[in-house]
Design a protein around this ligand. Structure first.
Ligand SMILES: NC(=O)c1ccc[n+]([C@@H]2O[C@H](COP(=O)([O-])OP(=O)(O)OC[C@H]3O[C@@H](n4cnc5c(N)ncnc54)[C@H](O)[C@@H]3O)[C@@H](O)[C@H]2O)c1
Ligand SMILES: [Zn+2]
Length: 365
């Protein structure tokens, strides 16, 4: 079991990574003197894991119940949050109630937001079940809901009591979800850890190697969060590849392209922009692209959007400052810099080149 400490000044907490760490939940509940535990999950993870987790809590003498929502991004909505508030009220939730978010990033963001807001804040524990949630979304206390006007537009900062990343849960994770996790892991390595990148590029980790890699990514995320808990600047480094990635997801429609592939193409574009602007050597971008390719992340999108559409989506980027899209640029493998503005014409040229390359690679055309 690996432990990563989030040394936040107000209240530090631990991320535990390893097979079976969910069994620590009963102790966490007892230490928190929780009157009852309410586990929130989605229907898929509920059937596979969260119902069992509630059973394990009962067996350990902890009063617990399960609330589920439909699986998928659609549940990160105000309607679902209101439904969960009502269910908490019906189950007699009070300030001694401990909420547990058992699922991927959707459940983590939703249950975290519900915990942040019900009774002005309930304590909660993150039990991530996807690779993405283990290395990224479950750590750092950002919670959110989507509005029809855009993703993550409503939210709160609310740090969990603990994060329990149980590797047993990954056994049932569908391949497409693994893929997205690998994209985020490669992103972490590319922006923050050259040694990790070298290791990932040599061999795709599994077993104990996977535990190490998840632990290292959790450490990187924890470091960034501690340096910038409220997302004022430095935390943006983990948005590498996400500027164009989000624009691709928006223009193609969510679900047309996995988040991982969108981020991978976004990393290719960000890498080329970095080269074009003289921030990094072409070899660094090429090494990044080769790793993305080796992990199967550079399959071409089913359709390639026109520049005008992408530009429209970029213009709506939430991370803009004073009307200017900000980019995270690569400096070398293991080092990146956030907050750079890039001339729109350069973005256009590079994006069109990369997208033309993607099309040329497509065996179907
Ligand atoms: N708060 C943050 O800092 C942060 C950071 C990154 C992403 N996010 C958010 O995370 C969300 C994406 O999270 P995600 O990729 O985990 O998606 P997700 O939560 O939708 O999970 C993906 C799918 O996998 C299923 N699943 C989850 N764990 C499983 C398991 N162990 N076995 C079988 N199936 C399993 C789920 O039911 C779901 O259908 C987005 O809403 C994004 O905005 C938040
Ligand atoms: Zn992402």
């Amino acid at each position: 079991v690996k432990t990563v400490r989030l040394a936040l000044p107000e209240r530090p907490y631990d991320v535990l990574i390893g097979a079976g760490v969910r069994r620590r939940l009963a102790d966490v509940a007892r230490q928190a003197r929780a009157g009852q535990v309410v586990v929130i999950s989605d229907q898929q993870v509920g059937a596979l894991h969260a119902a069992t987790l509630v059973g394990e809590l009962h067996a350990a003498g902890v009063a617990a119940s399960l609330l589920t929502v439909p699986a998928g991004e659609g549940s990160k909505s105000p309607v679902t949050a209101a439904h969960l508030w009502d269910e908490l009220a019906q189950s007699g939730a009070d300030r001694q109630t401990l909420v547990v978010a058992c699922g991927g990033g959707v459940v983590g963001d939703l249950a975290g937001f519900v915990a942040a807001t019900y009774a002005r804040g309930l304590r909660y524990v993150q039990v991530p079940t996807t690779l993405l949630a283990m290395v990224d979304s479950a750590i750092g206390g950002k919670t959110a809901l989507n509005l029809s006007a855009g993703k993550n537009l409503v939210g709160a900062f609310h740090q969990p009591e603990a994060v329990l990343a149980d590797l047993d849960y990954l056994r049932t994770l569908p391949p497409a979800e693994y893929e997205t996790g690998w994209a985020e892991i490669l992103k972490c390595a590319v922006v923050a850890d050259a040694a990790l990148f070298g290791r990932l590029a040599t061999q795709r980790p599994s077993g104990a190697g996977l535990e190490d890699v998840i632990g290292r990514c959790a450490e990187i995320k924890a470091g960034v969060v501690v340096a910038d808990e409220r997302d004022q600047g430095a935390r943006a480094i983990l948005n590498y590849g996400h500027t164009l990635g989000h624009a691709l997801e928006t223009t193609l429609g969510y679900g047309a392209l996995s988040h991982g592939r969108a981020v991978a193409w976004g990393m290719v574009v960000a890498g080329q922009l970095s080269v074009r602007l003289g921030e990094c050597a072409p070899e660094a971008a090429a090494a990044q692209d080769a790793a993305l390719q080796a992990y199967g992340l550079l399959a071409p999108p089913s359709t390639i959007p026109r520049w005008e559409k992408l530009a429209g989506a970029l213009a709506h980027d939430k991370k803009r400052v004073g009307g200017d899209t900000r980019w995270v640029l690569l400096q070398e493998i293991g080092r990146a810099v956030p907050g750079r503005s890039v001339p729109l014409e350069t973005v256009r040229t590079v994006t069109e080149e990369v997208m033309a390359g993607a099309r040329a690679r497509d065996p179907r055309t």
